[in-house]
Design a protein around this ligand. Structure first.
Ligand code: C2E
Ligand code: MG
Ligand code: MG
Ligand code: MG
Length: 284
């Protein structure tokens, strides 16, 4: 009896594994078509300087995929899939192009966006010629390196591959600024911070969300702010949802905030309406 139960649950297990593998494969096939079918779009989330309140620091571009049957698929799900499927070069090319067009559209409408931050997958840095591709695309749109801010993660910074370090070096020579995303969640060596051309740290939202309850989160945040200050880097706090968090961060010298309190990721055409409404947000 026990033996047959065991066999039965193994069978269920392998059926479940099989089903998931099929789902993944279907999603991967759909993602191949998503770009050409225009199913991918970008949303933009404002980053606000705390002093003076409500000056626009920049906008972060966040990829969105809406599948005709499944509806919205989270980037936390489809970006890793794109990485495994070898779709990152195509996705990044689309992303940089799209962002450049958008910057020009905003500027033509008289909306001053200092820069747009783009998230780069570590896979992009494994491509020889990646840095050159990015700067060529910018030039085609009549834009310059400081119109973008490139968000990388700690794992890219720590990636010892020659090709990765070469791409970082080339980007920096061409005047691109790098921002370290999700700072504090990875395994980075602090000594890398000043060896690489990092100009900004994005304090991970897990710290911000724990500020109110955790002495440790407060202590760690204070040390990140202090390290950044002594290295001449800007800190952007991610995931700011409450005015208490905003006030505490501001009091402790955090210069830039990003989060639902200040503005959700939105379609590009909403920026103008948002900026009018935003003057009502209280962050002091
Ligand atoms: P990320 O770059 O750290 O982006 C911040 C995430 O936090 C975004 O999730 C954003 O919508 C969310 N967020 C913003 N404010 C708040 C807040 O106040 N509270 C909470 N709880 N969340 C907030 P999203 O858009 O789902 O993106 C998830 C991740 O997917 C991004 O994390 C980034 O790593 C990746 N991603 C998104 N777009 C792209 C892209 O175009 N290329 C690449 N390579 N990765 C992307
Ligand atoms: Mg980011
Ligand atoms: Mg982040
Ligand atoms: Mg994140």
């Amino acid at each position: 009896q026990a033996k047959s139960d065991h066999r039965h649950s193994l069978q269920l297990f392998s059926q479940e594994m099989n089903r998931r593998a099929q789902e993944r494969a279907a999603m991967e096939r759909a993602l191949h078509h998503a770009l050409e079918r225009g199913e991918l779009t970008l949303h933009y989330q404002p980053q606000i300087t705390s002093d003076p309140v409500l000056a626009l620091h920049g906008m972060e571009a966040l990829a969105r995929w809406s599948h005709p049957e499944w509806g919205p698929v989270s980037p936390a799900q489809f970006i890793p899939l794109a990485e495994e499927a070898g779709l990152i070069p195509a996705l990044t090319h689309w992303l940089v192009n799209e962002v450049c067009q958008q910057i020009n559209t905003w500027r033509a409408a008289g909306i001053a966006v200092p820069h747009v931050a783009v998230n780069l997958s570590g896979r992009s840095f494994h491509q020889k010629g990646f840095a050159q591709n990015v700067s060529n695309t910018l030039r085609q749109h009549g834009l310059a390196a400081h119109d973008l801010l490139l968000e990388i993660t700690e794992s890219v910074m720590m990636d010892a591959r020659e090709v990765t370090q070469e791409n970082i070096e080339l980007l920096s020579q061409q005047g691109f600024r790098l921002s370290l995303d999700d700072f504090g969640t990875g395994y980075s060596s602090l000594s890398y911070l000043h060896r690489l051309p990092i100009t900004e740290l994005k304090l991970d939202k897990s710290f911000v969300q724990d500020l109110e309850h955790s002495e440790t989160a407060r202590a760690l945040t204070i040390s990140v702010l202090s390290i950044a200050k002594s290295l001449g880097m800007t800190v952007v706090a991610e995931g700011v949802e409450t005015s208490q968090q905003c006030r505490w961060l501001k009091e402790h010298g955090c210069e830039v905030m990003q989060g639902y309190l200040l503005g959700r990721p939105m379609p590009a055409h909403m920026l103008h309406a948002w900026s009018l409404e935003a003057s009502a947000v209280c962050c002091s």
